[in-house]
Ligand binder design. Sequence first.
Ligand SMILES: NC(=O)c1ccc[n+]([C@@H]2O[C@H](COP(=O)([O-])OP(=O)(O)OC[C@H]3O[C@@H](n4cnc5c(N)ncnc54)[C@H](OP(=O)(O)O)[C@@H]3O)[C@@H](O)[C@H]2O)c1
Length: 263
Amino acid sequence: MGQAILAGLLSSGIDASQISASTKSAATAERLTDEYGIEVFAHETNSDANGRAVELADIVIVAVKPAYVVEVLTDIAGNLRADALVISVAAGITTQSMEAAVDETVAVIRSMPNTPAIVGRAVTGLANGSRASEHQMSLAQHLFETIGTVLVVDESKIDALSTVSGSGPAYVFFFIEQFTKAAIDMGFSPSDARLLVEQTFAGASELLAASGKEPADLRRQVTSPNGTTMRAVAVFEEANLHKLFADATAAALARAKEIAAGK
Ligand SMILES: NC(=O)c1ccc[n+]([C@@H]2O[C@H](COP(=O)([O-])OP(=O)(O)OC[C@H]3O[C@@H](n4cnc5c(N)ncnc54)[C@H](OP(=O)(O)O)[C@@H]3O)[C@@H](O)[C@H]2O)c1
């Protein structure tokens, strides 16, 4: 995720000399420097890597696994500028716990991007902690707009947002897998099945975006009375697809609560 944000920032025209980063391994640090021309410090070879990476920064993006966020913030607290803005992308880690790890003057914002960031098509939820100014929120918004679209929400909503858009790409890939299997079952070769399903998802999504219509309207347009599509949609309705989505997102939300409680 950190790399996707980095790529977005650079492609939006920010100069590589304005960015420094740190990683755990020297191998990743070397790869990032080669690929993007930025300065990268590796924790493996320099125990002060994280501190070095942040010491001049106005904005610090923390993109380690959730379990390490507070540890990393505690590690860099003494190196952060007093007016720094820290933005975390970690799932389940509250701004309260992050604010407690850094000086009172350091502002903290929580974000939840998703993996289409890699192709500049993320949707990112942003939530303020108790300290970031309007200007800092607007800076964060502009930053995440370099990798897609942004929705500002109250922090109480960010875990729920994560169960929709954060995990959502995995759900979509799972549907594509299952739909492709069904096409193979109907006699198509795996490559033909893949082409049919993937192009249907991509085409339908583009049509939805371009038409400005509601998905239900577009669905009705392909569903002739007593036709074949109607039969198929009836099967989805019978399986109570809505409940399935509600149950799946509720399960993800329950897990976010467990993570926040350190489980
Ligand atoms: N993947 C998603 O869809 C997604 C979506 C939204 C938010 N997120 C959040 O993004 C965060 C990162 O997830 P990811 O999937 O991108 O993980 P990842 O691929 O494992 O990347 C983590 C990065 O952090 C570096 N790192 C680990 N420990 C470090 C330390 N002590 N100091 C400095 N750097 C360190 C790693 O360096 P090395 O490469 O050298 O090990 C690696 O580059 C998570 O908090 C996750 O909740 C992910």
